[in-house]
Each structure stands twice: as structure tokens, then as C-alpha cells.
Design a protein around this ligand. Structure first.
Ligand code: GRF
Length: 211
């Protein structure tokens, strides 16, 4: 059984996709043991509660400085003893201490095709604003392992999404979530649960199904 801690910040639609895919068996042999939000009162925590999953809020506002918040976040993750930490719309920079505690055991969803439109300043709607400003015809989403960089760890899965005339950042964000994020995040978790992701240097390989 792959035990997940899912870290969220807001709407929790990626969390909901994971909950739903575990429920319908698309994700095998996996259980969410804790949801951690850095913001109180967000819909993601309601989604966790509705699914009977423990939800905790660990907010920087409750700590005197960033170092104390980072320590609390690490403790909050460790307490749940996860096999995999999933960043699902989590708007917090992961400190080195957490990366070191969970090497190649933290994954993130980015709403663009890394290495495009990622790194400093590219998060949430800003990603899609950049896509529309540059006029690219194809965007998408990426699931990757988290390393000490920003959106720089080994890529696990990507899925392309068409940019259409008349798209606003909000319309495009929704299409990327529906057509890409909510598909590849569950699939990446299922592949990891089945032991089918092999890290090769700074890349990954999907191993064939066991016959
Ligand atoms: C999504 O666009 C996700 O890619 C980004 O945060 C946004 C909100 O995600 N990281 P969610 O609805 O909270 O899962």
C-alpha cells in the first residue's frame, strides 16, 4: 500500500482527482493518509473531510519565522509516515531539509510543459498568462520529482493541451486542469504505486507492466 501525504493550498481539484481515481481503482494500492494545507479554511480541506481523510493546516502565519514553519511542515509530513509526498497546487517553496528527508519521494504538478513557463514567478494563473502572451499553440502540464531546484526535478509525465483563439488565462487554466493535470497526476501516482518509474540521472523511464 502506497501511503500519500498530499499538500494543498486552495481549491484542491488535483486532490479531488486523486481521491476519485483511488475510489474508482484507477490508482492501485494507494491511500491518502493526510492532507496538509498551508492555508486555513480552503476548499481542499473540505474535500479531504468529505472523503474522511485527516486534514491539517500548517500555516506560516502561525510561526514566528520561516525556519519554524519549515520545521513544522517537515514534522507534519513525517508524522504521517508517507511513502510519497504529493504537491497538488501547493504554493510553498519546499525547503532543502524536506527534500533531503524524502529524496525522490516528492512529486509536483506544474501547469505547463517544463522547461517552458516554469521557475521563478511562474505559478497559478501567471503560467497561463505567460503562455498566452508568448502565443504558443500548445501548452499542457508536467508531473515531476521535486529536487532542490524550482520545477527542475526529473520529469515523470507530461500531457499536451491545445491553446485556442480567444482563450483567457482562466479558460486555459481550466482546460489544462481538466485535460492534463487531473489525468497525469493520478497516472503518475499509479505508476509509482506499481513500482514502474525508474529514475535515470535527471530523467525517468516507465518500466513495462509486469507480465
Ligand atoms: C493548478 O493549476 C495547479 O497546476 C497549480 O495550482 C492550481 C490549483 O490547483 N499548481 P488545485 O485546484 O488546488 O489542485
Amino acid at each position: 500500500m502506497l501511503k500519500l501525504v498530499v499538500c494543498v493550498s486552495g481549491g484542491g481539484t488535483n486532490l479531488q482527482a486523486i481521491i476519485d481515481r483511488i475510489a474508482d481503482g484507477t490508482i492501485s494500492n494507494t491511500k491518502i493518509v493526510r492532507v496538509i494545507s498551508n492555508n486555513p479554511g480552503v476548499k481542499a480541506l473540505d474535500r479531504a473531510a468529505a472523503a474522511g481523510i485527516e486534514g491539517v493546516c500548517i500555516s506560516p502565519r502561525d510561526y514566528a519565522d520561516r525556519a519554524l514553519f519549515n520545521e513544522a511542515l517537515l514534522s507534519g509530513i513525517r508524522e504521517a509516515d508517507p511513502d510519497l509526498v504529493v504537491l497538488a497546487g501547493f504554493m510553498v517553496a519546499i525547503p532543502p531539509a524536506i527534500i533531503e528527508a524524502f529524496p525522490n519521494r516528492i512529486i509536483n504538478i506544474h501547469p505547463a510543459l517544463i522547461p517552458s513557463f516554469c521557475g521563478k514567478g511562474f505559478y497559478g494563473l501567471r503560467v497561463h498568462e505567460g503562455v498566452l502572451k508568448r502565443g504558443v499553440k500548445v501548452t499542457g502540464a508536467t508531473v515531476h520529482f521535486v529536487d532542490e531546484g524550482l520545477d527542475s526535478g526529473p520529469i515523470i509525465l507530461q500531457k499536451a493541451v491545445e491553446v485556442r483563439d480567444g482563450d483567457t488565462p482562466e479558460i486555459l487554466q481550466r482546460r489544462v486542469m481538466e485535460e492534463a493535470e487531473w489525468v497525469i497526476m493520478p497516472r503518475a501516482i499509479d505508476l509509482i504505486a506499481r513500482g514502474r518509474i525508474e529514475i535515470v540521472g535527471r530523467t525517468t523511464r516507465i518500466l513495462p507492466e509486469d507480465k
